[in-house]
Design a protein around this ligand. Structure first.
Ligand SMILES: [Zn+2]
Ligand SMILES: [Zn+2]
Length: 271
């Protein structure tokens, strides 16, 4: 187990609003901890791109990560990524952002429904029907998939951790199985990587997003690519949960995880 190579395709530097450490510091800690490959994927909320200063942050992130990539050449493989959230709400802008830099990997994610705040900021679900919100969430993921200019479909059960925090129960993905199946099928057809996101391990829910059964279902529906990410916002957390994510991938029948260089996929061994 000790010679297991760690790849982490979802991490945030201080060019994310909730990040803490510079790309170079994160790279130094990752290299010291024996990480093989890391993608820095700072937040880019496309629906509030100009309003919340993501235009400046995205540029800064790309060049900070580029500097780290050069500085750590031969010690740690660094991939230049971005977590593009709500891209299909403003598709022309999203297209522009993707083409603005020579990214290695683009993560597609949804943090908020249209006109609403990120689930992260929810204090209560009063006045909402959680099931309606989740149905809307999966509909938006389907639309994002139709837009399609990304490589990794991120944390498809993202709201579950906040539902657990606030309502105290683990939402049942099977209630949405028609939409989830459709989503997984599209993900497979379009040859995107389904992310096994371990960020939920930092939350009381303490679960990966999505769970093993969903990863298995994706495989059944023809899915060929999975990726793994800690969604870490601290240098010390890079690689956190990745061995467990490999286990999920293996149990679901995958014998490698996806790696991306200049958006071309390759196989990263997990055994
Ligand atoms: Zn995210
Ligand atoms: Zn993230």
């Amino acid at each position: 187990m000790s010679d297991i190579k760690i790849i982490d395709l979802h991490t945030h530097t201080d060019n994310s609003q909730d990040g803490n450490h510079s790309a170079t510091y994160m790279a130094e800690i990752a290299a010291t901890n024996g990480i093989e490959c890391v993608a820095f994927t700072d937040h880019c909320e496309v629906d509030v791109f100009y309003k919340d200063g993501f235009d400046r942050r995205a540029t800064q992130s790309f060049f900070e990560v580029s500097k780290a990539k050069i500085a750590f050449d031969g010690k740690l493989e660094i991939l230049r990524g971005i977590e593009l959230a709500q891209p299909h709400y403003v598709p022309d802008l999203a297209e522009k952002i993707v083409n603005a830099q020579n990214y290695d990997v683009i993560i597609g994610s949804i943090h908020n429904l249209r006109g609403m705040e990120d689930f992260y900021y929810f204090k209560s679900f009063d006045g909402y029907n959680v099931e309606d919100l989740m149905n809307q969430y999966f509909d938006e993921l389907l639309q994002m998939m139709e837009w399609g200019n990304f490589d990794i479909l991120a944390h498809i059960t993202y709201p579950f951790r906040y539902i657990y925090n606030i309502c105290g129960y683990i939402e049942d993905i099977n209630k949405y199985s028609d939409k989830v199946d459709e989503l997984l099928k599209l993900c497979a057809e379009k040859d995107k990587a389904l992310e096994i996101n371990m960020g939920g391990l930092k939350y009381p829910i303490n679960k990966p997003a999505p769970d093993l059964d969903t990863v298995k279902r994706y495989k059944e529906l023809g899915g060929r690519l999975v990726s793994v990410g800690s969604d870490s916002h601290y240098a010390e957390r890079i690689g956190f949960g990745i061995p467990q994510a490999y286990e999920i991938a293996r149990e679901a029948g995958f014998d490698f995880v996806a790696k991306f260089n200049e958006r071309k996929v390759s196989e990263f061994p997990i055994k």
